[in-house]
Ligand binder design. Structure first.
Ligand code: GUN
Ligand code: ZN
Length: 434
């Protein structure tokens, strides 16, 4: 088996950085290397140490660029690639006017395969190596994304959407068919290579209580699976959800009643939570997913990241693009907008914390940190190589940057896909081949 020695400046996180000078939270090597074999990191650290065990390895030299674990996107919709940049609406009208018509086309397997391939290409171009993704209601759409991800050796978390009301007929299933189709997809894909199934009811508005019971049955039968849905994104959405489930104490209480909170439960948005709802998420270890570009674009509201982290019962948080409510595939652009959302609330997210969040932080939120999100030996070799001088404005700005934290902040504030020199999925360079 051939080995590859990838030489670069290295950065990996050990814990959540509490400040821009929290040097204990990360490991940085000015002249570092990662040794890769059979898709795995077998050693990483100072070049001089790692090179000693790398006899016969192919050498790739990325100096002076910065290598870190590949980015992780904790919430996106691949069937919304042709919806991104749709003008002028808030959530519910945006779903009805733009999203549902586009999603209706995914009963066509050829269309689903084409968009799934284009989507994973876009992830690679932007340095994202894993994503938790929503498909459409059609099982074909999940088949298409799983098949494309398998072909590329990617770690993907996804599942067919479940929705049996408040949507066009082409986009609805039934409680029984959603259960049966999900079961079939789980046995076909979950645990194959690097593929993870997520039970995926869209949100309370598009699932009847009967379908929620089926969701509960699925989660009980497969407690190891991820679960993903939307929660508390927009005031009209919250009001309609409460009308549809009048017996629940609040929006979170709807999912809670069906046993859907837990360590592998990912709740997109979570902007307008009450203290009771935040406590319920925290007590159960559920994850609130921050989608800044989407929350701004749809005018949904400001996610209070630092208050959620610092409250007596802190929330587990992930960050995500939410393409196509979100407006960019890049986790750099996402954290730039996230920084501004937090700034509007009078706080600042330090640049180390941003890069922790989109690597190890999101891996921990997805319960996948034993496989991805760090440069630890015996984990999967999903990597990104970044150039903070990729464009003329970045070069000018970098001429005055002195610290690693400043370099990261330049990457986040001015960077996009042009700053991604290379992306490695299971040790294979994939950006160059698109
Ligand atoms: N809530 C339910 N479905 C969606 C969706 O597709 N995008 C966003 N942003 N919110 C949702
Ligand atoms: Zn979403």
């Amino acid at each position: 088996m051939t080995k590859t020695l990838i030489r670069a400046r290295l950065l990996t996180f050990q814990s959540e950085p509490l400040a821009a000078d929290d040097h204990a939270s990360y490991a940085y090597e000015e002249d570092g290397a990662v040794l890769v074999e059979a898709g795995m990191i077998i050693a990483s650290g100072a070049y001089a140490d790692v090179a000693r065990n790398a006899e016969g390895a192919e050498i790739v030299d990325h100096r002076p660029h910065l290598l870190m674990p590949g980015f992780i996107d904790a919430h996106a919709h691949f069937p919304q690639m042709q919806v991104i940049a749709s003008y002028g609406t808030e959530l519910l009208d945006w779903l009805n006017n733009y999203t549902f018509p586009a999603e209706s086309e995914f009963g066509d397997s050829a269309h689903a395969a084409r968009i799934a391939g284009a989507y994973l290409d876009e992830l690679a171009r932007h340095g994202t190596t894993t994503a938790a993704v929503y498909c459409t209601v059609h099982p074909q759409s999940a088949d298409a994304l799983f098949a494309e991800a398998e072909k590329r050796g990617m770690c993907i978390v996804t599942g067919k959407m479940m929705m049996d009301r408040n949507a066009p007929q082409a986009l609805t299933d039934t409680p029984q068919s959603s259960y049966d189709d999900t079961k079939a997809l789980i046995s076909k894909w979950h645990g194959k290579d690097r593929l993870h199934y997520a039970v995926t009811p869209r949100f309370a508005i598009t699932s009847t209580p009967q379908q929620m019971e089926m969701v509960q049955a699925l989660v009980r039968e497969h407690p190891d699976l991820h679960f993903q849905t939307h929660l508390s994104e927009n005031h009209a959405e919250i009001a309609l959800s409460r009308d549809l489930y009048p017996d629940a104490p609040d929006y979170t209480g709807i999912y809670e009643r069906y046993g859907l909170l837990g360590m592998k439960s990912l709740f997109g948005h979570c902007i307008h939570l009450s203290e009771r709802e935040a406590d319920a998420l925290s007590d159960s270890g559920s994850v609130a997913v921050f989608c800044p570009t989407s929350n701004l674009f749809l005018g949904s509201g400001l996610f209070d990241y630092l208050r959620y982290r610092r409250r007596e019962k802190p929330l587990r948080i992930a960050t995500a693009t939410d393409v196509g409510g979100g407006t960019n595939y890049s986790m750099l652009r996402t954290m730039d907008e996230g920084y501004k959302v937090i700034a509007l609330q009078g706080e600042k997210l330090n640049p180390l914390a941003s890069f922790w969040q989109i690597t190890r932080g999101n891996a921990e939120a997805l319960s996948l940190a034993d496989r991805i999100g760090t440069l630890e030996p015996e984990t999967d070799a999903d990597l990104v190589v970044l150039d903070a001088r990729a464009t003329p404005p970045m070069r000018l700005r970098m001429a005055r940057a002195e610290t690693l934290a400043e370099e990261l902040f330049v990457l986040q504030t001015l960077g996009d896909d042009r700053a991604v020199v290379e992306t490695y999925v299971a040790g294979e360079a994939v950006k160059g081949s698109i």
